[in-house]
Ligand binder design. Structure first.
Ligand SMILES: [Zn+2]
Length: 260
């Protein structure tokens, strides 16, 4: 059954009862919008890793909605992979807390839990605030790529390209870690951060939210360029706390996606 939800705006949400839009592994390329951000995280060759990346990004981007059943048969067919790498990928997703496997019941995408969102908020905020401070301590810091990503976000906002905006948003934060010399920390927190990212994707169709996000990003970049660690920390913390602040309202609006 196709379920199209208008509240997700430009996000692809053609969604059947068992699985959302998932591309065969053979069709995955770095140019694929669905892989734009995860492709930058790390390059790997194992099929199970690519299956994990594809499923994780589909869940994170709300192309597979919370509560959806995941059929092994269906997934193996859609991704054109055998059961072994698929089971390895699902086992990793279970470790992240995004998927659960219940014997005799089946495999499901876990609902969003505020506890998980808050844990992710704390990890992301702590690491990124420290990364921003480290950038300020580097006299050779070059914020040109950050400025270019801000311009890209503005462009995506003007043409209502939410996927493009989210990718540029992710790239900006990754670049903060890269400038600090801690891109490994960015990669390390990805599994935890996905709990936060589902909230971020849910809030994106709101134009005022996207406008505010761009302004917050600009404030972070200004502070980094000025080398002001206190301001950089404060702006990062304010920005990182947004998702958990918005979570209760989103929970009231989309109760089916959440659980206690
Ligand atoms: Zn951001």
């Amino acid at each position: 059954m196709i379920r199209q939800t208008d509240h997700l705006g430009c996000i692809q949400v053609a969604q059947c009862e068992t699985i959302g839009v998932v591309k065969p592994v053979d069709e995955l390329t770095d140019a694929s919008p669905a892989l734009a951000s995860v492709g930058r995280v790390r390059k790997r060759e194992r099929i199970s890793d690519r299956v994990y990346d594809e499923l994780a990004s589909a869940i994170r981007d709300m192309r597979i909605l919370p509560g959806s059943a995941l059929s092994e048969t269906d997934l193996a067919e859609r991704l054109q992979v055998s059961r072994t790498p698929l089971r390895e990928a699902i086992a990793r997703l279970v470790e992240t807390g995004l998927v659960s496997v219940v014997p005799q019941v089946g495999t499901r995408v876990e609902p969003i839990r505020l506890h998980d969102v808050e844990q992710a908020r704390f990890v992301r905020e702590s690491l990124e605030a420290s990364a921003a401070e480290a950038v300020c301590a580097r006299p050779e810091r070059d914020v040109r790529r950050l400025r270019a990503l801000l311009a890209e976000q503005e462009r995506c906002f003007q043409i209502h390209d939410l996927d493009g905006f989210f990718a540029a948003d992710e790239a900006l934060h990754e670049q903060v870690f890269a400038l600090a010399g801690y891109v490994g920390a960015w990669q390390l927190m990805q599994p935890t951060k996905m709990h936060l990212d589902r909230i971020r994707r849910l809030s994106l169709p709101d134009e005022a939210t996207v406008r505010a996000l761009i302004d917050e990003h600009a404030a972070i970049v200004d502070a980094l360029e000025a080398g002001d660690p206190l301001a950089a920390r404060a702006h990062v913390k304010r920005h990182a706390s947004r998702a958990s602040t918005e979570a209760p309202a989103l929970m009231a609006r989309y109760p089916d996606y959440f659980a206690d």
